[in-house]
Design a protein around this ligand. Structure first.
Ligand code: AQP
Length: 341
């Protein structure tokens, strides 16, 4: 018999302002962030600007993208009155905890991360030290709140395993039971939305090809055009997901449609069985515009008042700081670091 998990008390998750947010970020993260509100656990959501600067960001662009990410959170239903919403750099406990974790984590663990290998490519000696230490900061983001669950897309699974390793090593090294075992919440059909141009790559905000993704700022025409041009095959749709096993691009579009329309891929395929993409794509474009159109509009409304966004982020940071600082201090006490002021 498996042991029942204790109820989740606190959820943490973040998104990098390293580009405009995509449909992948919406379905894999933002939509779910909003759904967790009011389900019991406290919800803490962060725009992780310190993670974004591990690769070069033009300062003025970073500022705009951070506000745009905040607008996307709120436009997707994250309510700053029901969740704590802030940008990471305004709560110094994240960076302070990350330094402490840099002394716990091992260098070899960092080199093994596939995201590091992908982003560093053949240039691994020349990337920033921050890019290598990225997972240590991510562990700090989560553990500085003693969050016990983290909703993420599939791509973040390995980083979350590393968070658990850091927590376990800290608890072991200092003979304490201080940091919780973090549970990844990777659920639903959209945990890995793939590129519209290549079904083997995930949809990513930093992909050089704009046609590979749907941005949350795209208008109806751009969305329809990108879906029309999305790579597919000439086969008609099968009656079940099993029939899409070796058709990654087709499977991706079916999953996107199912996630947008809140139905199962099986129910969707039952309706489209035998039809080709000539019929499927316009229907998908219609659903995408119907769901994303109002979000884009709300984002524009929020973006019209940047000072209000900054005020909301500042207020969220104060609330976050009130939780994080005592946990950071307890960590320092455990490690024997003197705090006398
Ligand atoms: N394609 C995706 N499908 C499902 N979920 C996704 N996420 C990202 N892309 C997809 C989820 O969104 C959250 C925030 O991710 P992030 O912005 O911190 O960084 P990322 O995962 O590295 O996303 P990108 O878009 O690929 O950013 P860049 O290009 O800057 O590296 C996470 O929960 C992630 O799983």
């Amino acid at each position: 018999m498996t042991e029942a998990r204790p109820p989740i008390r606190r959820i943490f998750s973040g998104i990098q302002p390293s580009g405009g947010l995509t449909l992948g970020n919406y379905l894999g993260a933002l939509k779910r962030f909003a759904e967790f509100q009011g389900t019991g656990p406290e919800t803490i959501y962060c725009i992780v600007d310190l993670h974004a600067i591990t690769v070069w960001q033009e300062p003025a662009v970073l500022t705009r993208q951070t506000r745009e990410a905040a607008a996307a959170f709120m436009a997707s239903g994250v309510d700053p009155a029901r969740s704590i919403l802030f940008n990471q750099s305004q709560v110094p406990a994240h960076a302070e905890m990350a330094w402490l974790f840099n002394t716990v984590a091992r260098v070899g663990w960092m080199y093994r991360m596939t995201q590091f290998k992908d982003k560093a490519g053949r240039n691994s000696e020349n990337v920033s030290l921050g890019l290598l230490a990225y997972p240590s900061l991510m562990a700090a983001d989560i553990l500085v709140y003693h969050a016990d669950a983290v909703p993420v897309g599939e791509d973040q699974k390995q980083h979350l395993e590393l968070t658990r390793d850091i927590a376990a090593k800290f608890n072991h090294d200092y003979s304490v039971d201080f940091f919780p075992e973090v549970q990844p919440l990777i659920e639903g059909v959209a945990t890995r939305v793939m590129s519209l141009r290549d079904g083997s790559r995930k949809m990513s905000k930093s992909d050089p090809s704009d046609a590979s993704r749907i941005n949350l700022t795209d208008d109806a025409d751009a969305i329809a055009q990108k879906i029309r041009k999305a790579r597919t095959d000439a086969e008609p749709l099968p009656g079940s997901m099993e029939g899409l096993k070796d058709r990654p691009e087709a499977k991706n579009l079916v999953n996107i449609y199912a996630a947008l329309s809140d139905e199962t891929p099986a129910a969707l395929l039952a309706r489209f069985e035998g039809q080709g993409f000539g019929a499927f794509k316009p229907a998908l474009a219609e659903v995408a515009v119907e769901v994303l159109g109002p979000i884009t509009k709300r984002m524009q409304d929020y973006m019209a008042d940047p000072a209000e966004i900054d005020r909301i982020l500042g207020q969220g940071a104060e609330r976050a700081d009130a939780i994080a600082r005592p946990i950071l201090h307890q960590t320092m006490d455990i490690m024997g670091l003197i705090r006398s002021r």
